[in-house]
Design a protein around this ligand. Structure first.
Ligand SMILES: [Zn+2]
Ligand SMILES: [Zn+2]
Length: 458
Protein backbone atom coordinates (compact mmCIF):
# COMPACT_ATOMS: atom_id res chain seq x y z
CA UNK A 1 0.00 0.00 0.00
CA UNK A 2 1.20 3.49 -0.78
CA UNK A 3 2.11 5.71 2.13
CA UNK A 4 -0.47 8.11 3.54
CA UNK A 5 -0.19 11.36 5.50
CA UNK A 6 0.06 10.53 9.24
CA UNK A 7 -3.14 10.04 11.19
CA UNK A 8 -4.68 13.33 12.26
CA UNK A 9 -2.85 15.40 9.66
CA UNK A 10 -3.92 16.62 6.28
CA UNK A 11 -2.40 17.99 3.13
CA UNK A 12 -3.37 21.44 2.01
CA UNK A 13 -3.66 21.11 -1.76
CA UNK A 14 -3.04 24.24 -3.90
CA UNK A 15 -6.57 25.72 -3.77
CA UNK A 16 -6.55 25.55 0.01
CA UNK A 17 -2.88 26.40 0.44
CA UNK A 18 -3.51 29.54 -1.58
CA UNK A 19 -6.46 30.34 0.67
CA UNK A 20 -4.29 29.79 3.77
CA UNK A 21 -1.72 32.21 2.37
CA UNK A 22 -4.43 34.79 1.79
CA UNK A 23 -5.78 34.14 5.29
CA UNK A 24 -2.35 34.89 6.78
CA UNK A 25 -1.95 37.91 4.51
CA UNK A 26 -5.32 39.30 5.66
CA UNK A 27 -4.30 38.84 9.28
CA UNK A 28 -1.00 40.64 8.68
CA UNK A 29 -2.87 43.51 7.03
CA UNK A 30 -5.62 43.86 9.65
CA UNK A 31 -3.32 43.43 12.66
CA UNK A 32 -0.65 45.57 11.00
CA UNK A 33 -3.00 48.55 11.19
CA UNK A 34 -2.84 48.18 14.96
CA UNK A 35 0.93 48.09 14.96
CA UNK A 36 1.43 44.30 15.17
CA UNK A 37 4.64 42.93 13.67
CA UNK A 38 5.39 39.32 12.76
CA UNK A 39 7.50 37.00 14.91
CA UNK A 40 8.58 33.43 14.15
CA UNK A 41 9.53 31.18 17.03
CA UNK A 42 10.66 27.53 16.83
CA UNK A 43 8.10 24.79 16.37
CA UNK A 44 9.61 22.98 19.32
CA UNK A 45 10.70 24.33 22.68
CA UNK A 46 11.98 22.93 25.93
CA UNK A 47 9.16 20.92 27.47
CA UNK A 48 9.71 22.91 30.65
CA UNK A 49 8.41 26.06 28.91
CA UNK A 50 5.02 24.49 28.24
CA UNK A 51 4.88 22.94 31.71
CA UNK A 52 5.38 26.41 33.21
CA UNK A 53 3.60 28.44 30.56
CA UNK A 54 0.49 26.30 30.08
CA UNK A 55 0.39 24.31 33.30
CA UNK A 56 1.27 20.74 34.17
CA UNK A 57 -2.28 19.93 35.26
CA UNK A 58 -3.82 20.79 31.89
CA UNK A 59 -4.81 18.09 29.39
CA UNK A 60 -2.68 19.85 26.80
CA UNK A 61 0.50 19.34 28.80
CA UNK A 62 -0.28 16.12 30.64
CA UNK A 63 -1.78 14.14 27.73
CA UNK A 64 -1.57 15.90 24.38
CA UNK A 65 2.00 17.01 23.81
CA UNK A 66 4.22 15.47 21.17
CA UNK A 67 7.71 14.99 22.54
CA UNK A 68 10.56 15.70 20.17
CA UNK A 69 13.76 13.77 20.68
CA UNK A 70 17.00 13.25 18.79
CA UNK A 71 17.99 9.70 17.86
CA UNK A 72 20.97 9.88 20.23
CA UNK A 73 18.88 10.93 23.19
CA UNK A 74 16.24 8.34 22.41
CA UNK A 75 18.93 5.63 22.59
CA UNK A 76 20.02 6.99 25.95
CA UNK A 77 16.46 6.98 27.30
CA UNK A 78 15.85 3.45 26.03
CA UNK A 79 19.07 2.35 27.71
CA UNK A 80 17.71 3.72 30.97
CA UNK A 81 20.03 6.73 31.06
CA UNK A 82 18.65 10.20 31.74
CA UNK A 83 18.88 13.18 29.41
CA UNK A 84 19.44 16.83 30.27
CA UNK A 85 16.44 19.08 30.90
CA UNK A 86 17.31 21.23 27.92
CA UNK A 87 17.18 18.15 25.69
CA UNK A 88 13.61 17.45 26.74
CA UNK A 89 11.74 19.01 23.88
CA UNK A 90 8.12 19.18 22.78
CA UNK A 91 6.38 20.33 19.62
CA UNK A 92 4.51 23.52 20.42
CA UNK A 93 0.87 22.87 21.31
CA UNK A 94 0.05 26.60 21.15
CA UNK A 95 1.83 29.84 20.31
CA UNK A 96 1.73 32.06 23.38
CA UNK A 97 4.37 30.36 25.54
CA UNK A 98 7.04 30.53 22.80
CA UNK A 99 6.33 34.19 21.99
CA UNK A 100 6.41 35.24 25.65
CA UNK A 101 9.64 33.25 26.08
CA UNK A 102 11.15 35.15 23.12
CA UNK A 103 10.01 38.51 24.53
CA UNK A 104 11.67 37.69 27.85
CA UNK A 105 14.82 36.22 26.28
CA UNK A 106 15.42 39.21 23.98
CA UNK A 107 14.12 41.78 26.47
CA UNK A 108 11.70 43.18 23.90
CA UNK A 109 9.89 45.30 26.49
CA UNK A 110 12.53 47.06 28.53
CA UNK A 111 11.04 48.78 31.57
CA UNK A 112 9.15 51.91 30.63
CA UNK A 113 9.08 50.99 26.93
CA UNK A 114 5.98 51.09 24.74
CA UNK A 115 4.14 47.77 24.50
CA UNK A 116 5.53 45.21 22.07
CA UNK A 117 2.88 43.94 19.65
CA UNK A 118 3.59 40.63 17.92
CA UNK A 119 1.70 38.27 15.66
CA UNK A 120 2.41 34.70 14.56
CA UNK A 121 0.87 32.21 12.17
CA UNK A 122 1.69 28.56 11.77
CA UNK A 123 1.18 24.97 12.78
CA UNK A 124 0.64 23.73 16.36
CA UNK A 125 0.71 20.08 17.43
CA UNK A 126 -1.43 18.06 19.81
CA UNK A 127 -1.53 14.30 20.17
CA UNK A 128 -5.32 14.23 20.46
CA UNK A 129 -7.60 11.48 19.25
CA UNK A 130 -8.28 12.56 15.67
CA UNK A 131 -11.91 13.50 14.96
CA UNK A 132 -13.86 15.74 12.62
CA UNK A 133 -12.43 19.25 12.62
CA UNK A 134 -9.60 18.24 14.97
CA UNK A 135 -6.13 17.58 13.73
CA UNK A 136 -2.86 16.63 15.36
CA UNK A 137 -1.21 19.34 13.32
CA UNK A 138 -3.42 22.39 12.99
CA UNK A 139 -2.89 26.03 12.17
CA UNK A 140 -3.30 29.02 14.39
CA UNK A 141 -2.86 32.72 14.04
CA UNK A 142 -2.38 34.73 17.18
CA UNK A 143 -1.23 38.01 18.62
CA UNK A 144 0.53 38.86 21.86
CA UNK A 145 0.83 42.35 23.30
CA UNK A 146 3.26 42.69 26.20
CA UNK A 147 3.90 45.62 28.46
CA UNK A 148 0.36 46.97 28.21
CA UNK A 149 -1.99 47.27 31.12
CA UNK A 150 -4.55 49.80 29.94
CA UNK A 151 -8.07 48.65 29.03
CA UNK A 152 -7.66 50.32 25.64
CA UNK A 153 -5.31 47.47 24.68
CA UNK A 154 -7.88 44.88 25.74
CA UNK A 155 -10.57 46.57 23.66
CA UNK A 156 -8.14 46.96 20.78
CA UNK A 157 -7.26 43.26 20.47
CA UNK A 158 -10.92 42.27 20.67
CA UNK A 159 -11.94 44.78 17.99
CA UNK A 160 -9.03 43.64 15.85
CA UNK A 161 -10.11 39.98 16.14
CA UNK A 162 -13.68 40.82 15.11
CA UNK A 163 -12.41 42.94 12.20
CA UNK A 164 -10.30 40.00 11.03
CA UNK A 165 -13.23 37.58 11.07
CA UNK A 166 -15.29 40.10 9.12
CA UNK A 167 -12.44 40.59 6.64
CA UNK A 168 -12.21 36.87 5.82
CA UNK A 169 -15.96 36.76 5.27
CA UNK A 170 -17.52 35.22 8.38
CA UNK A 171 -20.94 36.89 8.54
CA UNK A 172 -21.31 39.13 11.59
CA UNK A 173 -24.71 37.71 12.44
CA UNK A 174 -23.28 34.21 12.73
CA UNK A 175 -20.72 35.18 15.40
CA UNK A 176 -21.10 35.67 19.13
CA UNK A 177 -18.48 37.39 21.25
CA UNK A 178 -18.37 36.24 24.88
CA UNK A 179 -16.68 38.45 27.47
CA UNK A 180 -15.77 38.12 31.11
CA UNK A 181 -13.28 39.33 33.69
CA UNK A 182 -11.34 36.80 35.74
CA UNK A 183 -10.20 39.24 38.39
CA UNK A 184 -6.65 39.41 39.65
CA UNK A 185 -4.41 37.84 42.26
CA UNK A 186 -6.04 40.09 44.88
CA UNK A 187 -9.67 39.21 44.25
CA UNK A 188 -9.61 35.80 42.59
CA UNK A 189 -8.40 33.60 45.50
CA UNK A 190 -11.50 34.43 47.56
CA UNK A 191 -13.70 33.70 44.55
CA UNK A 192 -11.94 30.40 43.88
CA UNK A 193 -12.55 29.34 47.47
CA UNK A 194 -16.25 30.20 47.08
CA UNK A 195 -16.42 28.00 43.95
CA UNK A 196 -14.61 25.17 45.72
CA UNK A 197 -17.04 25.33 48.66
CA UNK A 198 -19.96 25.41 46.24
CA UNK A 199 -18.63 22.35 44.41
CA UNK A 200 -18.25 20.47 47.65
CA UNK A 201 -21.90 21.22 48.46
CA UNK A 202 -22.79 19.62 45.10
CA UNK A 203 -20.36 16.75 45.23
CA UNK A 204 -22.91 14.09 44.19
CA UNK A 205 -23.83 15.92 41.00
CA UNK A 206 -20.31 16.53 39.70
CA UNK A 207 -18.10 14.07 37.83
CA UNK A 208 -14.92 12.61 39.38
CA UNK A 209 -12.75 14.70 37.11
CA UNK A 210 -14.41 17.89 38.35
CA UNK A 211 -14.08 16.83 41.98
CA UNK A 212 -10.39 16.20 41.38
CA UNK A 213 -10.20 19.64 39.80
CA UNK A 214 -11.90 21.11 42.86
CA UNK A 215 -8.71 20.29 44.74
CA UNK A 216 -6.22 21.89 42.34
CA UNK A 217 -8.17 24.36 40.27
CA UNK A 218 -11.92 24.49 40.78
CA UNK A 219 -12.44 27.06 38.00
CA UNK A 220 -11.67 24.43 35.39
CA UNK A 221 -14.97 22.75 36.24
CA UNK A 222 -16.64 25.52 34.21
CA UNK A 223 -15.17 23.90 31.10
CA UNK A 224 -16.55 20.41 31.85
CA UNK A 225 -18.77 19.19 29.00
CA UNK A 226 -20.66 16.74 31.24
CA UNK A 227 -24.33 17.96 31.20
CA UNK A 228 -24.82 17.44 34.93
CA UNK A 229 -21.61 19.35 35.79
CA UNK A 230 -22.55 22.04 33.37
CA UNK A 231 -25.98 22.43 35.03
CA UNK A 232 -24.42 22.67 38.48
CA UNK A 233 -21.78 25.17 37.37
CA UNK A 234 -24.47 27.32 35.74
CA UNK A 235 -25.65 28.19 39.26
CA UNK A 236 -22.15 28.60 40.73
CA UNK A 237 -21.02 31.91 42.30
CA UNK A 238 -20.15 34.50 39.67
CA UNK A 239 -16.71 36.09 39.46
CA UNK A 240 -18.22 39.47 38.63
CA UNK A 241 -19.68 39.58 42.16
CA UNK A 242 -16.19 39.18 43.62
CA UNK A 243 -14.08 41.58 41.54
CA UNK A 244 -11.96 44.12 43.45
CA UNK A 245 -12.42 47.81 42.65
CA UNK A 246 -9.46 47.95 40.24
CA UNK A 247 -10.68 44.92 38.32
CA UNK A 248 -14.24 46.27 38.24
CA UNK A 249 -13.02 49.56 36.86
CA UNK A 250 -10.79 47.87 34.26
CA UNK A 251 -13.64 45.64 33.10
CA UNK A 252 -16.09 48.54 32.90
CA UNK A 253 -13.58 50.52 30.81
CA UNK A 254 -13.04 47.61 28.37
CA UNK A 255 -16.79 47.33 27.91
CA UNK A 256 -17.20 51.06 27.36
CA UNK A 257 -14.53 51.04 24.62
CA UNK A 258 -16.24 48.08 22.96
CA UNK A 259 -19.58 49.91 23.17
CA UNK A 260 -18.00 52.99 21.63
CA UNK A 261 -16.75 50.84 18.73
CA UNK A 262 -20.24 49.28 18.35
CA UNK A 263 -18.94 45.79 19.08
CA UNK A 264 -21.69 43.48 20.35
CA UNK A 265 -20.77 41.12 23.16
CA UNK A 266 -22.43 38.82 25.64
CA UNK A 267 -21.14 38.80 29.20
CA UNK A 268 -20.61 35.20 30.24
CA UNK A 269 -19.44 34.69 33.80
CA UNK A 270 -18.80 31.01 33.07
CA UNK A 271 -16.09 31.91 30.59
CA UNK A 272 -12.94 31.38 32.64
CA UNK A 273 -9.45 30.21 31.89
CA UNK A 274 -8.35 27.75 34.49
CA UNK A 275 -4.77 28.93 34.83
CA UNK A 276 -3.44 31.21 37.51
CA UNK A 277 -1.64 33.59 35.24
CA UNK A 278 -4.81 34.62 33.41
CA UNK A 279 -6.07 37.89 34.77
CA UNK A 280 -8.98 40.22 34.10
CA UNK A 281 -10.30 40.22 30.53
CA UNK A 282 -11.08 36.91 28.83
CA UNK A 283 -13.05 36.52 25.61
CA UNK A 284 -14.11 33.95 23.07
CA UNK A 285 -15.71 34.16 19.65
CA UNK A 286 -18.18 31.42 18.80
CA UNK A 287 -19.96 30.63 15.59
CA UNK A 288 -23.67 30.36 16.22
CA UNK A 289 -24.44 27.46 13.88
CA UNK A 290 -22.78 24.85 11.76
CA UNK A 291 -19.95 23.74 14.04
CA UNK A 292 -21.73 21.87 16.84
CA UNK A 293 -19.89 21.82 20.15
CA UNK A 294 -16.54 22.78 18.57
CA UNK A 295 -17.90 26.23 17.90
CA UNK A 296 -15.15 28.49 19.26
CA UNK A 297 -13.19 30.02 16.39
CA UNK A 298 -10.95 32.21 18.50
CA UNK A 299 -10.34 33.49 21.97
CA UNK A 300 -7.86 34.92 24.38
CA UNK A 301 -7.36 37.16 27.32
CA UNK A 302 -5.04 38.97 29.61
CA UNK A 303 -2.15 37.10 31.25
CA UNK A 304 -0.39 39.55 33.53
CA UNK A 305 1.43 36.75 35.39
CA UNK A 306 2.75 34.73 32.44
CA UNK A 307 6.05 36.55 31.83
CA UNK A 308 7.07 35.87 35.44
CA UNK A 309 6.04 32.25 35.02
CA UNK A 310 8.62 31.82 32.24
CA UNK A 311 11.34 33.63 34.16
CA UNK A 312 10.91 37.28 33.17
CA UNK A 313 10.22 40.36 35.22
CA UNK A 314 6.56 41.15 35.89
CA UNK A 315 5.14 42.23 32.51
CA UNK A 316 1.47 42.57 31.83
CA UNK A 317 0.28 41.08 28.59
CA UNK A 318 -2.65 39.85 26.58
CA UNK A 319 -3.41 38.12 23.33
CA UNK A 320 -5.59 35.75 21.39
CA UNK A 321 -5.33 32.78 19.09
CA UNK A 322 -7.68 31.80 16.33
CA UNK A 323 -8.00 28.42 14.69
CA UNK A 324 -7.63 28.32 10.93
CA UNK A 325 -9.39 24.96 10.43
CA UNK A 326 -12.40 26.03 12.50
CA UNK A 327 -12.62 29.27 10.52
CA UNK A 328 -12.71 27.25 7.31
CA UNK A 329 -15.59 25.15 8.70
CA UNK A 330 -17.37 28.35 9.73
CA UNK A 331 -16.91 29.82 6.26
CA UNK A 332 -18.16 26.62 4.64
CA UNK A 333 -21.17 26.61 6.97
CA UNK A 334 -21.86 30.16 5.80
CA UNK A 335 -21.69 29.00 2.17
CA UNK A 336 -18.36 30.64 1.31
CA UNK A 337 -16.24 28.57 -1.11
CA UNK A 338 -12.55 28.61 -1.98
CA UNK A 339 -11.91 30.24 -5.32
CA UNK A 340 -10.05 27.68 -7.46
CA UNK A 341 -6.43 28.73 -7.77
CA UNK A 342 -5.78 29.91 -11.35
CA UNK A 343 -2.42 28.73 -12.64
CA UNK A 344 -1.82 31.45 -15.26
CA UNK A 345 -3.04 34.60 -16.99
CA UNK A 346 -1.25 34.14 -20.24
CA UNK A 347 -0.43 31.16 -22.47
CA UNK A 348 1.87 30.91 -25.48
CA UNK A 349 0.79 28.35 -28.09
CA UNK A 350 2.98 27.10 -30.93
CA UNK A 351 1.54 26.23 -34.32
CA UNK A 352 4.48 23.87 -34.91
CA UNK A 353 7.87 22.89 -33.49
CA UNK A 354 9.71 25.63 -35.44
CA UNK A 355 8.22 28.36 -33.22
CA UNK A 356 8.89 26.67 -29.89
CA UNK A 357 12.11 28.53 -29.10
CA UNK A 358 10.50 31.90 -29.94
CA UNK A 359 7.60 30.92 -27.67
CA UNK A 360 9.94 29.97 -24.86
CA UNK A 361 11.79 33.28 -25.14
CA UNK A 362 8.61 35.39 -25.26
CA UNK A 363 7.19 33.55 -22.24
CA UNK A 364 10.36 34.13 -20.27
CA UNK A 365 10.25 37.86 -21.06
CA UNK A 366 6.60 38.02 -19.97
CA UNK A 367 7.41 36.31 -16.66
CA UNK A 368 10.32 38.65 -16.04
CA UNK A 369 7.93 41.54 -16.61
CA UNK A 370 5.60 40.17 -13.89
CA UNK A 371 3.02 38.29 -15.98
CA UNK A 372 2.00 34.79 -14.89
CA UNK A 373 2.42 32.66 -17.97
CA UNK A 374 2.72 29.08 -19.21
CA UNK A 375 3.30 27.06 -22.39
CA UNK A 376 2.91 23.46 -23.43
CA UNK A 377 5.78 21.18 -22.40
CA UNK A 378 4.52 17.95 -23.98
CA UNK A 379 4.35 18.60 -27.76
CA UNK A 380 0.55 18.85 -27.81
CA UNK A 381 -1.45 19.74 -30.92
CA UNK A 382 -2.60 23.37 -31.26
CA UNK A 383 -6.14 22.33 -30.32
CA UNK A 384 -4.91 20.60 -27.15
CA UNK A 385 -2.79 23.62 -26.31
CA UNK A 386 -5.95 25.76 -26.34
CA UNK A 387 -7.70 23.26 -24.11
CA UNK A 388 -4.78 23.41 -21.71
CA UNK A 389 -4.75 27.23 -21.76
CA UNK A 390 -8.43 27.19 -20.88
CA UNK A 391 -7.92 24.69 -18.07
CA UNK A 392 -5.13 26.76 -16.58
CA UNK A 393 -7.34 29.83 -16.57
CA UNK A 394 -5.40 31.86 -19.16
CA UNK A 395 -7.15 35.07 -20.20
CA UNK A 396 -5.02 35.73 -23.24
CA UNK A 397 -3.30 33.28 -25.60
CA UNK A 398 -0.55 34.18 -28.03
CA UNK A 399 -0.31 31.95 -31.09
CA UNK A 400 3.08 31.75 -32.76
CA UNK A 401 2.95 30.47 -36.34
CA UNK A 402 5.91 30.28 -38.76
CA UNK A 403 4.27 32.55 -41.36
CA UNK A 404 3.34 35.35 -38.93
CA UNK A 405 6.68 35.03 -37.19
CA UNK A 406 8.47 35.56 -40.53
CA UNK A 407 6.61 38.89 -40.80
CA UNK A 408 7.42 39.90 -37.23
CA UNK A 409 3.81 39.34 -36.09
CA UNK A 410 1.94 37.11 -33.67
CA UNK A 411 -1.73 36.42 -33.10
CA UNK A 412 -3.31 37.30 -29.74
CA UNK A 413 -6.64 35.80 -28.68
CA UNK A 414 -8.84 36.81 -25.79
CA UNK A 415 -10.15 33.58 -24.27
CA UNK A 416 -13.32 35.27 -22.98
CA UNK A 417 -14.52 37.24 -26.00
CA UNK A 418 -12.69 35.09 -28.60
CA UNK A 419 -11.60 38.36 -30.23
CA UNK A 420 -8.27 38.08 -32.06
CA UNK A 421 -5.68 40.53 -33.38
CA UNK A 422 -2.34 40.42 -35.16
CA UNK A 423 0.25 42.20 -33.07
CA UNK A 424 3.71 43.46 -33.83
CA UNK A 425 6.26 41.34 -31.94
CA UNK A 426 8.84 44.12 -31.68
CA UNK A 427 6.35 46.38 -29.87
CA UNK A 428 5.46 43.65 -27.39
CA UNK A 429 9.13 42.85 -26.76
CA UNK A 430 9.87 46.50 -26.14
CA UNK A 431 7.06 46.79 -23.57
CA UNK A 432 8.06 43.55 -21.84
CA UNK A 433 11.71 44.59 -21.76
CA UNK A 434 10.70 47.87 -20.13
CA UNK A 435 8.75 46.19 -17.33
CA UNK A 436 11.29 43.37 -17.06
CA UNK A 437 14.04 45.92 -16.46
CA UNK A 438 12.37 47.15 -13.28
CA UNK A 439 13.67 45.83 -9.94
CA UNK A 440 12.22 42.44 -9.04
CA UNK A 441 8.81 42.80 -7.42
CA UNK A 442 8.88 46.47 -8.43
CA UNK A 443 5.74 48.34 -9.36
CA UNK A 444 4.04 48.75 -11.66
CA UNK A 445 3.14 45.39 -13.16
CA UNK A 446 1.98 45.59 -16.79
CA UNK A 447 -1.67 45.01 -17.65
CA UNK A 448 -2.11 41.90 -19.75
CA UNK A 449 -4.47 43.83 -22.05
CA UNK A 450 -1.88 46.54 -22.53
CA UNK A 451 0.91 44.18 -23.57
CA UNK A 452 -1.20 41.75 -25.60
CA UNK A 453 -4.00 43.83 -27.11
CA UNK A 454 -6.80 42.36 -29.21
CA UNK A 455 -8.04 45.68 -30.52
CA UNK A 456 -11.36 47.52 -30.36
CA UNK A 457 -13.47 47.76 -27.25
CA UNK A 458 -10.69 47.64 -24.68
ZN1 LIG B 1 -8.87 42.22 41.23
ZN1 LIG C 1 -17.39 17.42 35.31
Amino acid sequence: MSLQAPEGTKDMLPDEAKFWNRFKQTAAEVFGRYGYLPIETPMFEQTELFVRGIGEATDVVSKEMFQAISGENLKKLLAGESIKGKSRLSLRPEGTAGVVRAVVQHDLVPQGAAPVKLMYAGPMFRAERPQKGRYRQFNQIGVECLGAEAPTTDAEVIIMLMRFFAAIGIPERSMRLLLNSMGCEKCRPAYRERVRAYMEEHEGELCDECMRRAEINPLRAFDCKNPSCSAVMEEAPKITDYLCDDCKEHYAAVKSYLDAASIDYVEDTRLVRGLDYYTRTVFEVQVVDGLGSQNAIGGGGRYDKLAEEVGGRPTSGLGFALGYERCVLALQAAGVEFAPAARCDFFVACVDETTRSAAFELLQMARDAGIVGEMDHQGRSLKSQFKLADKLGARRVVILGPDELAEGKMKVRDMGTRREALVDIATVRELLAHFGGLPYGGEPVPQLEEVFPVGEGE
